[in-house]
Design a binder for this molecule. Structure first.
Ligand SMILES: [Zn+2]
Length: 94
């Protein structure tokens, strides 16, 4: 597990993970109140995950280490291959 602050490179990797539909992304704890089309998928910043919903102050200051690895994912022919695919998801307890 990693905690903030995160580098720009880690932020890019985290947001890639959140949007890749490989694993369930982190979402806002209050998303059922937001009525948002994307389900309140959290957005990574250097200061942690934040909720995209205006006025919501939900934050999360940790992530799985795998998520922030810039080499975790590659896409071939529209299919995402991850380090977890290779090594086994259970290893990371996602
Ligand atoms: Zn929220």
């Amino acid at each position: 597990m990693i905690t903030i602050p995160w580098t720009d490179e880690q932020v890019a990797a985290l947001n890639g993970f959140q949007r890749a539909n490989v694993f369930h992304p982190f979402t806002c704890e209050y998303r059922s109140d937001h009525n948002m089309a994307d389900g309140g998928i959290l957005v990574a910043t250097t200061g942690g995950f934040v909720c995209p919903y205006p006025s919501c102050e939900y934050t999360q200051h940790w992530a799985h280490e795998l998520m922030a690895d810039p080499h975790w994912i590659e896409c071939r022919g529209g299919i995402y291959h991850t380090m977890a695919n290779v090594k086994g998801v259970s290893e990371y307890d996602l």
